[in-house]
Design a protein around this ligand. Structure first.
Ligand code: CTP
Ligand code: MG
Length: 335
């Protein structure tokens, strides 16, 4: 693969800044949609608190981490101390509680790996998944949202990458490709590594926020309003970053040895994590360390077939960014 390696970008790359920004802006959810999500959450809170006054509902995922595009479903976490009920019992009871009101399609999925209640708000058409006590997801949602506030280019890049991944069919964990969460971590890692850097490593800085969830200490610097000038010396625009992102994953990432780690702001070795061989279903063919659950490789869903699909997609995208006369269209063509 090395003969294809390039480090010099095409000379007309800056002419694609405006079209990429236009795509980004077209994906931002309108205020009205955000207000409707809030309303639905308020309704759910009302229904839940009647039965469980001490329970709380948290938004997590793309509706709360600022990487949600328009028309996304919302992810909700019910935090509840019910020691005598397992998660599938709680899900059944929750579905009953919510059924009583005029919500559509309230379903309890008790046998899923992660038991959830699924429902749809008939007024707005918003779909919602409610999981139980997944507080690590709530905390990693805050981490992503905090990173997004440091430099606007993160949100721009992540929207473009997520849009590309959905258009090209490589955002399907059940088919062995990557979750949106994994793609956002790849974007954060990439921006931590630009020179000059566009993002810092919040977990390596002074602790201003700390919670312990499931015996995992989650701590980092969260006073991000103080970091608004962090990326000032890097003048790269979104077109250059999209090019850089894809050429990194197409030609420069060391798939055999490297693990990307937002937690440390660096690349660490598979050796160090003991991720050098397949264990059970974890193959570690592309390694993305979860920032808090550090034993968790977000690339573990990728198998020997889907790694090929992914790398071919990265190469296709890199080639388009390098040569195509119309990359802002070609990149997102359906597969
Ligand atoms: N999550 C996690 N570990 C994973 C996958 C997801 O903790 N392996 C949590 C994260 O908090 C993430 C949320 O679940 O933000 C939702 O995951 P996902 O659907 O991948 O991301 P969204 O940001 O909701 O993306 P989309 O817009 O595609 O729904
Ligand atoms: Mg989601």
């Amino acid at each position: 693969r090395m003969y294809k390696s390039r480090t010099i970008c095409r000379s007309d790359i800056d002419s694609f800044e405006a079209p990429f920004l236009a795509i980004y802006e077209s994906l931002i959810p309108p205020e009205e949609e955000k207000a409707q999500q809030k309303q639905l959450l308020t309704l759910l809170e009302k229904l839940v608190s009647k039965e469980w006054p001490n329970a709380r509902l948290y938004l997590y995922g793309s509706c709360a981490n600022s990487f949600g595009v328009s028309k996304s479903d919302i992810d909700v976490c019910l935090a509840i101390e019910e020691t005598d009920m397992d998660k599938s019992d709680i899900v059944l009871k929750l579905a009953n509680i919510l059924q009583s009101d005029n919500l559509q399609n309230v379903q309890a999925l008790t046998r899923a790996r992660v038991p959830i209640v699924k429902l749809k708000d008939p007024v707005t058409g918003i779909s919602c998944d409610i999981c139980i006590n997944n507080l690590l997801a709530v905390v990693n949602t805050k981490l992503l949202r905090d990173y997004a506030q440091i430099d606007s280019r993160l949100r721009q890049l992540a929207f473009i990458i997520k849009h590309w991944a959905k258009s090209r069919g490589v955002n399907e964990t059940y088919q062995g490709t990557l979750s949106s969460y994994a793609y956002v971590l790849m974007c954060i890692h990439f921006l931590q590594h630009r020179r000059p850097a566009i993002l810092p490593c919040l977990q390596e800085m002074e602790t201003t926020y700390s919670v312990t969830v499931e015996d995992i200490e989650c701590s980092y610097f969260d006073q991000v309003e103080k970091l608004r000038d962090f990326g000032y010396y890097n003048k790269e625009n979104i077109a250059q970053l999209v090019w850089g992102f894809f050429s990194y994953w197409a030609y420069r990432h060391d798939y055999a040895n490297a693990v990307i780690s937002v937690r440390t702001g660096s690349i660490i070795s598979k050796q160090e994590k003991d991720w050098t061989r397949r264990i059970g279903n974890d193959r570690h063919l592309i390694c993305i360390e979860d920032p808090f659950e550090t034993r968790h490789d977000l690339g573990r869903v990728v198998d020997k077939y889907s790694i090929k699909v992914l790398r071919e997609e990265f190469e296709r995208a890199a080639e388009i960014m390098q040569y195509d006369p119309n990359p802002c269209v070609k990149l997102f063509e359906p597969y």
